[in-house]
Structures are given as structure tokens and as C-alpha cells.
Design a protein around this ligand. Structure first.
Ligand code: PXP
Length: 251
């Protein structure tokens, strides 16, 4: 796993909690799903604690912190409430994301360039407490430069627009933006991740970007679990990622 060319898979378990919360009980348990994901080959678990607690709960985060043997990446908005939770748990990683109460999912990247002075103390305090901080941003040079100047060691590029675009020139244009941003991130010494909306049909070209170190994938895997099971969905995603990496390495 120390091989720099290895692409890690972070499995996001938010939507296991979405299904649980639809009935208000305990099943299906996102912590059980996270442990299963680790067995199936996930390199890390991602969970987004939202202000409205629509999926992952505070108790889920505490349980993930105590039960997981693989790293937890806590996604959170830059708010005082979330900061104090992160400082208490000290997860391996924290990804700062924008959050709007009305949105169905994280709609765009964090505007790091505009929010520089607001975000700076969050990056500093989280880093001082030992979490590896990343910023979820659009694949845009200005945002990359702002993230770098804040001292965050990692950026995660939003792949939502690429995944939503129809196959063809439009998707290709979004892919090129992500490829260029990943190259620029590496040039600036930032570790680069990507995620949002990825599925079997979109993961290949993203996994093939050699400077990406990690993909975070959730909704598709939880949906696919209905048809083939969570373990099989994760394993199939892993195979697609590895195949894409091997094909670039061979070129
Ligand atoms: N990365 C980040 C920063 C996210 O906010 C999300 C969604 O919570 C994901 C990755 C995973 O997206 P999806 O669930 O669409 O795979």
C-alpha cells in the first residue's frame, strides 16, 4: 500500500445510513457495512456527518472510530460544531466539504479561493490535532492554488459533473479538466483524490489518471449492493480500478 502507483478505494457508507434512517431503526447498520467493506478490500471508510444528520449520526462516528481497523475519512462542513466533533475523535482524515441544507448531495466543490481566511483556522486546528486535511474542490487551478496556500496536504477533485455528463464530447471535456487538475496538484506537491457519482461506467478513465492516490465512492456501491451484494460490488469496483491502472502502467 506504500506503492505510490497504488490507487486506494475509500468506501462511503452514508447511504447505508440513509436506508436505515428511512425507518428510524438500527438496520442496516453503516458500521457493519464499513466492516464488511474493509473485508471486501476497501482501503478506507468515508462518512459525512451532516448538520441535519440526515444519514450518518454522531453515534455512527463514535462506533466507526472504535471498531474500524482501516482509516476513517470524516467529511464535514467547516463549522464550529463539526470542528469540535472532529477534534474530539481525531479521525485519520478530514475532508472539508461545502454543505447546503436544501441540497440532496454535495453539489459543488468548496470555494477555497473565496473562503480562504475563514477556512485557514479549520485547516490549522485539524492538522494540529493529527488529522490529514483535504479540501473537496472543483478541478480548477485557482481552487488548487488556494488549497495549497492554506497548507492542506490533500485535495479531492469533484467528479460529479463528469459523471453527470452524457458520454461523448461533454464528458470528455470534464475528464480533461480533472486530468489537468490532477497533474497540476501533483506538480504543486498535493496528494490528489477524486470522487462523487462514480460507477462502473465512469470509474475507468478516472482511475487511469496516474497522479490520483484515492477514490471515494459510495452511492453507486450501496445501490449496486441491492443487486449483487455489497462485498461483490466493492470487489468489482476494485477490479475496474486496478484494470484501469494496469493499462496505463503498461503504456
Ligand atoms: N467524496 C466526497 C467529498 C463526497 O462528498 C461524496 C458524497 O458524500 C463522495 C466522495 C462520494 O460520492 P458518491 O456517494 O456519489 O459516490
Amino acid at each position: 500500500m506504500n506503492d505510490p502507483s497504488f490507487l486506494r478505494l475509500g468506501v462511503n457508507v452514508d447511504h447505508v445510513a440513509t436506508v436505515r434512517n428511512a425507518r428510524g431503526g438500527r438496520h442496516p447498520d453503516p458500521v457493519r457495512a464499513a466492516l464488511l467493506a474493509a473485508e471486501a478490500g476497501a482501503d478506507g471508510i468515508t462518512a459525512h456527518l451532516r448538520e441535519d444528520r440526515r444519514h450518518i449520526s454522531d453515534a455512527d462516528i463514535a462506533q466507526l472510530m472504535s471498531d474500524l481497523k482501516i482509516p476513517l475519512n470524516l467529511e464535514m462542513a467547516a463549522t464550529e460544531e463539526m470542528l469540535s466533533i472532529a477534534l474530539r475523535h481525531k479521525p485519520h482524515a478530514v475532508c472539508l466539504v461545502p454543505e447546503k441544507r436544501q441540497e440532496r448531495t454535495t453539489e459543488g466543490g468548496l470555494d477555497v479561493a473565496a473562503g480562504h481566511s475563514y477556512l485557514a483556522p479549520f485547516v490549522r486546528r485539524l492538522s494540529e490535532s493529527g488529522s490529514r486535511v483535504s479540501m473537496f474542490i472543483e478541478p480548477d487551478e485557482r481552487q488548487l492554488e488556494a488549497a495549497k496556500s492554506l497548507g492542506a496536504p490533500v485535495v479531492e477533485l469533484h467528479t460529479g459533473a463528469y459523471c453527470d455528463a452524457l458520454p461523448g464530447p461533454d464528458r470528455e471535456r470534464h475528464l480533461v479538466r480533472i486530468q489537468e487538475a490532477a497533474k497540476y496538484a501533483a506538480k504543486m506537491g498535493l496528494e490528489c483524490h477524486a470522487g462523487h457519482g462514480l460507477g462502473y461506467d465512469t470509474v475507468g478513465p478516472i482511475a487511469a489518471i496516474p497522479t490520483l492516490a484515492e477514490l471515494n465512492i459510495g452511492h453507486f456501491l450501496v445501490g449496486e449492493a441491492i443487486f449483487i451484494g455489497f462485498r461483490a460490488a466493492i470487489q468489482r469496483m476494485r477490479i475496474s480500478m486496478d484494470a484501469a491502472r494496469t493499462s496505463v502502467a503498461a503504456q
